[in-house]
Design a protein around this ligand. Structure first.
Ligand code: NAD
Ligand SMILES: O=C(O)C(=O)C[C@@H](O)[C@H](O)[C@H](O)COP(=O)(O)O
Ligand code: ZN
Length: 366
Protein backbone atom coordinates (compact mmCIF):
# COMPACT_ATOMS: atom_id res chain seq x y z
CA UNK A 1 0.00 0.00 0.00
CA UNK A 2 1.31 3.47 -0.82
CA UNK A 3 1.86 5.96 1.99
CA UNK A 4 0.58 9.52 1.98
CA UNK A 5 1.78 11.81 -0.84
CA UNK A 6 4.65 14.12 0.03
CA UNK A 7 3.77 17.68 0.97
CA UNK A 8 5.66 20.96 0.67
CA UNK A 9 5.17 23.99 2.88
CA UNK A 10 6.98 27.20 1.93
CA UNK A 11 8.37 29.59 4.51
CA UNK A 12 7.81 32.84 2.64
CA UNK A 13 10.68 35.23 3.34
CA UNK A 14 11.23 36.87 -0.03
CA UNK A 15 14.59 35.92 -1.52
CA UNK A 16 15.30 33.76 1.53
CA UNK A 17 12.11 31.71 1.16
CA UNK A 18 12.61 28.00 1.51
CA UNK A 19 10.73 24.74 1.20
CA UNK A 20 9.86 22.33 3.99
CA UNK A 21 9.48 18.95 2.29
CA UNK A 22 7.49 16.45 4.33
CA UNK A 23 7.05 12.79 3.45
CA UNK A 24 8.57 9.35 3.15
CA UNK A 25 11.88 8.56 1.45
CA UNK A 26 13.14 12.15 1.28
CA UNK A 27 16.64 11.43 2.59
CA UNK A 28 17.13 9.07 -0.36
CA UNK A 29 15.87 11.73 -2.77
CA UNK A 30 19.39 13.13 -3.19
CA UNK A 31 18.81 15.22 -6.29
CA UNK A 32 16.08 17.22 -4.55
CA UNK A 33 18.20 18.51 -1.66
CA UNK A 34 21.56 18.51 -3.46
CA UNK A 35 20.09 21.16 -5.75
CA UNK A 36 20.08 23.50 -2.73
CA UNK A 37 23.88 23.31 -2.28
CA UNK A 38 25.77 26.18 -3.85
CA UNK A 39 29.38 25.09 -3.34
CA UNK A 40 31.60 22.02 -3.09
CA UNK A 41 31.97 21.69 0.69
CA UNK A 42 29.50 20.13 3.10
CA UNK A 43 29.78 19.36 6.79
CA UNK A 44 27.18 16.96 8.13
CA UNK A 45 26.51 17.61 11.82
CA UNK A 46 24.73 14.75 13.55
CA UNK A 47 25.05 12.74 16.73
CA UNK A 48 26.24 9.31 17.80
CA UNK A 49 22.69 7.92 17.85
CA UNK A 50 21.35 9.28 14.58
CA UNK A 51 24.42 9.03 12.33
CA UNK A 52 24.66 5.20 12.36
CA UNK A 53 20.95 5.04 11.48
CA UNK A 54 20.60 7.71 8.81
CA UNK A 55 23.96 9.05 7.60
CA UNK A 56 24.21 6.13 5.12
CA UNK A 57 20.97 7.33 3.49
CA UNK A 58 22.55 10.62 2.45
CA UNK A 59 26.18 9.57 1.95
CA UNK A 60 25.79 8.50 -1.67
CA UNK A 61 24.35 11.91 -2.46
CA UNK A 62 27.45 13.59 -1.09
CA UNK A 63 29.80 11.68 -3.41
CA UNK A 64 31.68 14.15 -5.52
CA UNK A 65 31.64 16.84 -2.83
CA UNK A 66 34.33 17.56 -0.27
CA UNK A 67 32.47 16.56 2.84
CA UNK A 68 33.01 15.42 6.38
CA UNK A 69 30.86 14.62 9.37
CA UNK A 70 30.97 15.92 12.92
CA UNK A 71 29.15 13.84 15.53
CA UNK A 72 28.00 15.23 18.87
CA UNK A 73 27.49 13.04 21.88
CA UNK A 74 23.79 12.54 22.46
CA UNK A 75 21.74 14.79 24.71
CA UNK A 76 20.63 18.34 25.49
CA UNK A 77 23.75 18.89 27.65
CA UNK A 78 25.80 18.85 24.43
CA UNK A 79 23.97 21.84 22.92
CA UNK A 80 26.84 23.93 24.19
CA UNK A 81 29.12 26.76 23.15
CA UNK A 82 32.11 24.42 23.41
CA UNK A 83 30.60 22.21 20.72
CA UNK A 84 29.98 25.17 18.43
CA UNK A 85 33.71 25.80 18.65
CA UNK A 86 34.38 22.20 17.67
CA UNK A 87 32.04 22.38 14.67
CA UNK A 88 33.77 25.58 13.52
CA UNK A 89 37.12 23.81 13.82
CA UNK A 90 35.73 20.96 11.71
CA UNK A 91 34.68 23.48 9.06
CA UNK A 92 38.19 24.86 9.13
CA UNK A 93 39.74 21.41 8.72
CA UNK A 94 37.41 20.78 5.79
CA UNK A 95 38.61 24.01 4.19
CA UNK A 96 35.02 25.21 3.93
CA UNK A 97 34.60 28.34 1.85
CA UNK A 98 31.71 30.80 2.04
CA UNK A 99 29.62 28.71 -0.34
CA UNK A 100 29.87 25.66 1.93
CA UNK A 101 26.81 24.07 3.46
CA UNK A 102 26.19 22.63 6.91
CA UNK A 103 23.74 19.74 6.93
CA UNK A 104 21.98 19.15 10.27
CA UNK A 105 20.92 15.51 10.50
CA UNK A 106 19.13 14.85 13.77
CA UNK A 107 16.77 16.29 16.35
CA UNK A 108 16.46 19.81 17.67
CA UNK A 109 19.73 19.68 19.58
CA UNK A 110 21.69 18.95 16.41
CA UNK A 111 19.63 21.41 14.35
CA UNK A 112 19.97 24.32 16.79
CA UNK A 113 23.71 23.81 17.24
CA UNK A 114 24.49 23.15 13.58
CA UNK A 115 22.41 26.15 12.50
CA UNK A 116 24.19 28.43 14.96
CA UNK A 117 27.56 27.13 13.77
CA UNK A 118 26.52 27.87 10.17
CA UNK A 119 25.49 31.38 11.26
CA UNK A 120 28.97 31.92 12.76
CA UNK A 121 31.25 30.43 10.12
CA UNK A 122 32.57 33.28 7.98
CA UNK A 123 29.61 35.32 9.36
CA UNK A 124 27.01 33.02 7.86
CA UNK A 125 26.88 30.13 5.42
CA UNK A 126 24.04 27.96 4.16
CA UNK A 127 22.57 25.13 6.12
CA UNK A 128 20.01 22.46 5.43
CA UNK A 129 17.85 20.93 8.14
CA UNK A 130 17.24 17.18 7.99
CA UNK A 131 15.12 16.69 11.12
CA UNK A 132 14.79 13.13 12.42
CA UNK A 133 12.56 13.70 15.47
CA UNK A 134 8.91 14.69 15.40
CA UNK A 135 9.76 17.77 17.46
CA UNK A 136 12.41 18.87 14.99
CA UNK A 137 10.09 18.28 12.02
CA UNK A 138 7.22 20.31 13.44
CA UNK A 139 9.17 23.04 15.16
CA UNK A 140 12.93 23.41 15.55
CA UNK A 141 13.91 22.89 11.90
CA UNK A 142 11.53 25.64 10.75
CA UNK A 143 11.92 29.36 11.38
CA UNK A 144 15.62 29.94 11.77
CA UNK A 145 15.99 30.14 15.55
CA UNK A 146 19.42 28.65 16.19
CA UNK A 147 21.50 28.60 19.32
CA UNK A 148 22.92 26.85 22.35
CA UNK A 149 22.35 26.66 26.10
CA UNK A 150 24.51 28.40 28.68
CA UNK A 151 24.93 27.22 32.28
CA UNK A 152 22.64 30.09 33.36
CA UNK A 153 19.79 29.12 31.06
CA UNK A 154 18.30 27.68 27.88
CA UNK A 155 19.02 29.05 24.41
CA UNK A 156 20.67 32.18 25.76
CA UNK A 157 23.21 32.43 22.94
CA UNK A 158 22.07 32.22 19.35
CA UNK A 159 21.16 33.86 16.08
CA UNK A 160 18.30 34.01 13.64
CA UNK A 161 19.62 32.15 10.62
CA UNK A 162 17.20 30.52 8.18
CA UNK A 163 17.95 27.19 6.52
CA UNK A 164 18.00 26.81 2.73
CA UNK A 165 15.62 23.85 2.94
CA UNK A 166 14.07 21.43 5.41
CA UNK A 167 14.00 17.75 4.50
CA UNK A 168 11.53 16.05 6.88
CA UNK A 169 11.71 12.36 5.99
CA UNK A 170 8.97 10.76 8.09
CA UNK A 171 10.54 7.30 7.61
CA UNK A 172 13.07 8.31 10.26
CA UNK A 173 10.32 8.43 12.87
CA UNK A 174 10.19 4.61 12.78
CA UNK A 175 13.18 4.40 15.13
CA UNK A 176 12.24 7.32 17.39
CA UNK A 177 11.57 6.20 20.99
CA UNK A 178 7.98 6.65 22.18
CA UNK A 179 8.84 9.24 24.81
CA UNK A 180 10.63 11.42 22.22
CA UNK A 181 7.73 11.04 19.79
CA UNK A 182 5.24 12.19 22.43
CA UNK A 183 7.48 15.16 23.30
CA UNK A 184 7.14 16.23 19.67
CA UNK A 185 3.36 16.09 19.95
CA UNK A 186 3.57 18.78 22.65
CA UNK A 187 4.88 21.28 20.08
CA UNK A 188 2.09 20.25 17.68
CA UNK A 189 -0.55 20.83 20.36
CA UNK A 190 1.15 24.12 21.25
CA UNK A 191 0.62 25.50 17.73
CA UNK A 192 -3.08 24.67 17.84
CA UNK A 193 -3.45 25.97 21.40
CA UNK A 194 -1.91 29.32 20.41
CA UNK A 195 -3.92 30.21 17.37
CA UNK A 196 -5.83 27.45 15.60
CA UNK A 197 -8.90 26.13 17.44
CA UNK A 198 -10.09 23.99 14.47
CA UNK A 199 -6.67 22.28 14.44
CA UNK A 200 -6.98 21.72 18.20
CA UNK A 201 -10.38 20.07 17.65
CA UNK A 202 -8.86 17.94 14.88
CA UNK A 203 -6.09 16.85 17.26
CA UNK A 204 -8.71 15.91 19.86
CA UNK A 205 -10.51 13.80 17.25
CA UNK A 206 -7.28 12.15 16.08
CA UNK A 207 -5.55 11.75 19.47
CA UNK A 208 -5.77 7.95 19.36
CA UNK A 209 -4.41 7.76 15.79
CA UNK A 210 -1.59 10.12 16.72
CA UNK A 211 -0.74 8.15 19.86
CA UNK A 212 -0.66 5.02 17.65
CA UNK A 213 1.59 6.85 15.13
CA UNK A 214 -0.77 6.24 12.21
CA UNK A 215 1.43 7.52 9.30
CA UNK A 216 -1.13 9.51 7.31
CA UNK A 217 -2.42 11.22 10.47
CA UNK A 218 1.12 11.94 11.69
CA UNK A 219 2.08 13.46 8.34
CA UNK A 220 -1.06 15.59 8.30
CA UNK A 221 -0.33 16.84 11.81
CA UNK A 222 3.25 17.70 10.81
CA UNK A 223 2.18 19.58 7.69
CA UNK A 224 -0.54 21.48 9.55
CA UNK A 225 1.76 22.55 12.38
CA UNK A 226 4.55 23.51 9.97
CA UNK A 227 2.11 25.56 7.88
CA UNK A 228 0.93 27.35 11.03
CA UNK A 229 4.49 28.11 12.16
CA UNK A 230 5.60 29.13 8.65
CA UNK A 231 2.83 31.75 8.61
CA UNK A 232 3.92 33.22 11.93
CA UNK A 233 7.60 33.26 10.91
CA UNK A 234 6.81 34.90 7.56
CA UNK A 235 4.95 37.70 9.36
CA UNK A 236 7.49 38.20 12.18
CA UNK A 237 10.81 36.54 11.44
CA UNK A 238 12.81 38.00 14.33
CA UNK A 239 10.18 37.96 17.08
CA UNK A 240 9.35 41.65 17.24
CA UNK A 241 5.75 40.76 18.08
CA UNK A 242 3.52 37.86 17.07
CA UNK A 243 6.29 35.26 16.95
CA UNK A 244 6.65 35.44 20.73
CA UNK A 245 3.34 33.54 20.88
CA UNK A 246 5.27 30.43 19.73
CA UNK A 247 6.75 30.53 23.22
CA UNK A 248 3.49 29.43 24.88
CA UNK A 249 4.52 27.22 27.80
CA UNK A 250 8.21 27.94 27.32
CA UNK A 251 8.90 30.42 30.14
CA UNK A 252 7.74 27.81 32.63
CA UNK A 253 9.03 24.92 30.46
CA UNK A 254 12.58 26.20 30.03
CA UNK A 255 12.81 26.83 33.79
CA UNK A 256 11.64 23.26 34.47
CA UNK A 257 14.13 21.87 31.93
CA UNK A 258 17.01 23.86 33.39
CA UNK A 259 16.09 23.06 37.00
CA UNK A 260 16.00 19.38 36.00
CA UNK A 261 19.55 19.71 34.58
CA UNK A 262 18.19 18.81 31.12
CA UNK A 263 17.75 15.20 32.18
CA UNK A 264 14.53 15.12 34.22
CA UNK A 265 12.37 16.47 31.40
CA UNK A 266 12.57 16.52 27.62
CA UNK A 267 11.96 19.89 25.99
CA UNK A 268 8.51 18.86 24.76
CA UNK A 269 7.59 17.55 28.19
CA UNK A 270 8.61 20.87 29.75
CA UNK A 271 6.46 22.63 27.16
CA UNK A 272 3.46 20.39 27.93
CA UNK A 273 3.64 21.10 31.67
CA UNK A 274 4.52 24.73 30.98
CA UNK A 275 1.43 25.23 28.80
CA UNK A 276 -0.76 23.92 31.60
CA UNK A 277 0.91 26.25 34.11
CA UNK A 278 0.37 29.16 31.70
CA UNK A 279 -3.29 28.16 31.38
CA UNK A 280 -3.63 28.06 35.18
CA UNK A 281 -1.96 31.46 35.49
CA UNK A 282 -4.35 32.82 32.84
CA UNK A 283 -7.25 31.51 34.92
CA UNK A 284 -5.84 33.10 38.06
CA UNK A 285 -5.57 36.45 36.26
CA UNK A 286 -9.19 36.18 35.13
CA UNK A 287 -8.27 35.84 31.46
CA UNK A 288 -9.59 32.35 30.78
CA UNK A 289 -12.02 29.74 32.02
CA UNK A 290 -11.24 26.51 33.86
CA UNK A 291 -12.91 24.59 31.02
CA UNK A 292 -10.16 25.64 28.60
CA UNK A 293 -7.43 24.46 31.00
CA UNK A 294 -9.26 21.15 31.42
CA UNK A 295 -9.58 20.70 27.66
CA UNK A 296 -5.84 21.28 27.20
CA UNK A 297 -5.00 18.86 29.99
CA UNK A 298 -7.26 16.16 28.49
CA UNK A 299 -5.54 16.38 25.11
CA UNK A 300 -2.06 16.30 26.63
CA UNK A 301 -3.01 13.24 28.67
CA UNK A 302 -4.69 11.57 25.71
CA UNK A 303 -1.41 11.51 23.80
CA UNK A 304 0.56 10.40 26.86
CA UNK A 305 2.30 13.65 27.85
CA UNK A 306 3.13 14.51 31.47
CA UNK A 307 0.99 17.21 33.07
CA UNK A 308 2.55 17.45 36.54
CA UNK A 309 5.72 19.21 37.71
CA UNK A 310 8.26 16.51 38.68
CA UNK A 311 8.92 16.14 42.42
CA UNK A 312 11.71 18.12 44.06
CA UNK A 313 11.35 21.34 42.05
CA UNK A 314 11.65 24.55 44.06
CA UNK A 315 9.23 27.42 43.17
CA UNK A 316 11.60 30.32 44.03
CA UNK A 317 14.38 28.67 41.99
CA UNK A 318 12.00 28.23 39.04
CA UNK A 319 10.94 31.87 39.33
CA UNK A 320 14.59 32.98 39.35
CA UNK A 321 15.18 31.01 36.13
CA UNK A 322 12.09 32.60 34.58
CA UNK A 323 13.55 36.07 35.22
CA UNK A 324 16.25 35.31 32.61
CA UNK A 325 13.73 34.56 29.85
CA UNK A 326 14.44 36.47 26.64
CA UNK A 327 10.90 37.85 26.41
CA UNK A 328 11.23 39.82 29.65
CA UNK A 329 11.69 43.57 29.48
CA UNK A 330 12.55 46.29 31.98
CA UNK A 331 13.01 43.76 34.75
CA UNK A 332 9.43 42.48 34.56
CA UNK A 333 8.04 39.14 33.47
CA UNK A 334 6.48 38.99 30.01
CA UNK A 335 4.65 35.73 29.43
CA UNK A 336 2.49 34.09 26.82
CA UNK A 337 -0.92 33.51 28.38
CA UNK A 338 -4.28 32.81 26.77
CA UNK A 339 -7.98 33.57 26.75
CA UNK A 340 -8.83 30.01 25.73
CA UNK A 341 -8.02 27.45 23.03
CA UNK A 342 -6.48 29.21 20.02
CA UNK A 343 -6.38 32.61 21.73
CA UNK A 344 -2.87 33.13 23.11
CA UNK A 345 -1.66 36.62 24.03
CA UNK A 346 1.56 38.33 25.06
CA UNK A 347 1.12 39.71 28.59
CA UNK A 348 3.70 42.11 30.02
CA UNK A 349 4.19 43.06 33.66
CA UNK A 350 2.94 39.78 35.13
CA UNK A 351 3.24 39.97 38.93
CA UNK A 352 5.81 37.56 40.34
CA UNK A 353 3.47 36.80 43.25
CA UNK A 354 0.92 35.31 40.83
CA UNK A 355 3.57 33.21 39.08
CA UNK A 356 4.90 32.01 42.41
CA UNK A 357 1.39 31.09 43.55
CA UNK A 358 0.85 28.94 40.46
CA UNK A 359 4.26 27.29 40.89
CA UNK A 360 3.67 26.67 44.59
CA UNK A 361 0.31 25.04 43.93
CA UNK A 362 1.82 22.88 41.17
CA UNK A 363 4.67 21.69 43.37
CA UNK A 364 2.58 21.00 46.48
CA UNK A 365 1.43 17.47 47.22
CA UNK A 366 -2.24 16.96 46.17
N1 NAD B 1 14.95 26.31 17.14
C1 NAD B 1 13.69 26.15 17.50
O1 NAD B 1 12.79 26.86 17.02
C2 NAD B 1 13.35 25.07 18.47
C3 NAD B 1 12.01 24.66 18.59
C4 NAD B 1 11.73 23.65 19.48
C5 NAD B 1 12.75 23.04 20.21
N2 NAD B 1 14.01 23.46 20.04
C6 NAD B 1 15.13 22.79 20.73
O2 NAD B 1 15.17 21.44 20.24
C7 NAD B 1 15.74 20.60 21.24
C8 NAD B 1 14.87 19.38 21.43
O3 NAD B 1 14.83 18.68 20.20
P1 NAD B 1 14.45 17.14 20.15
O4 NAD B 1 13.23 16.91 20.95
O5 NAD B 1 14.47 16.74 18.74
O6 NAD B 1 15.61 16.47 21.01
P2 NAD B 1 17.02 15.78 20.58
O7 NAD B 1 17.64 16.50 19.48
O8 NAD B 1 17.76 15.61 21.84
O9 NAD B 1 16.57 14.35 20.05
C9 NAD B 1 15.85 13.51 20.93
C10 NAD B 1 16.52 12.13 21.06
O10 NAD B 1 16.14 11.34 19.94
C11 NAD B 1 17.32 10.81 19.31
N3 NAD B 1 16.96 10.68 17.90
C12 NAD B 1 16.83 11.67 17.00
N4 NAD B 1 16.31 11.19 15.87
C13 NAD B 1 16.12 9.88 16.05
C14 NAD B 1 15.60 8.84 15.25
N5 NAD B 1 15.07 9.09 14.06
N6 NAD B 1 15.60 7.59 15.75
C15 NAD B 1 16.06 7.34 17.00
N7 NAD B 1 16.53 8.27 17.82
C16 NAD B 1 16.56 9.53 17.34
C17 NAD B 1 18.40 11.77 19.64
O11 NAD B 1 19.66 11.18 19.53
C18 NAD B 1 18.02 12.13 21.08
O12 NAD B 1 18.47 11.12 21.96
C19 NAD B 1 15.86 21.45 22.49
O13 NAD B 1 17.17 21.87 22.63
C20 NAD B 1 14.95 22.63 22.21
O14 NAD B 1 15.35 23.77 22.91
C21 NAD B 1 14.34 24.46 19.19
O1 LIG C 1 10.29 29.34 16.77
C1 LIG C 1 10.02 29.98 17.78
O2 LIG C 1 9.93 31.20 17.77
C2 LIG C 1 9.82 29.29 19.07
O3 LIG C 1 9.75 29.93 20.10
C3 LIG C 1 9.73 27.81 19.06
C4 LIG C 1 9.98 27.14 20.39
O4 LIG C 1 9.22 25.94 20.38
C5 LIG C 1 11.42 26.76 20.61
O5 LIG C 1 11.54 25.96 21.76
C6 LIG C 1 12.43 27.87 20.63
O6 LIG C 1 13.74 27.34 20.64
C7 LIG C 1 12.33 28.73 21.84
O7 LIG C 1 13.12 29.82 21.64
P1 LIG C 1 13.51 30.83 22.78
O8 LIG C 1 13.86 32.05 22.06
O9 LIG C 1 12.37 30.96 23.70
O10 LIG C 1 14.66 30.23 23.49
ZN1 ZN D 1 9.85 24.63 22.01
Amino acid sequence: MNGPARQTVTVALGQRSYPVWIGAGLLHDHARWLAMLRGRHALVVSNTTVAPLYLPRIEAGLDGLRWASFLLDDGEAHKSFANVGRVLEALGELGATRDACVIALGGGVVGDLAGFSAACWMRGIDFIQMPTTLLAMVDSSVGGKTGVNLPVGKNLAGAFHQPRAVVADIDTLATLPGREYRAGLAEVIKGAAIGDEPFFAWLEQHAAALAAREPATVQQAIARKVAYKAGVVARDETEQGERALLNLGHTFGHALETAGHYTALLHGEGVAIGMLLAARLSERLGMSAQAATARLQRLLEAVGLPVAVPPGMDPPQLLALMRLDKKNTAGTLRLILWRGIGRAEIVAGVAEADVLAVLTEATSAP
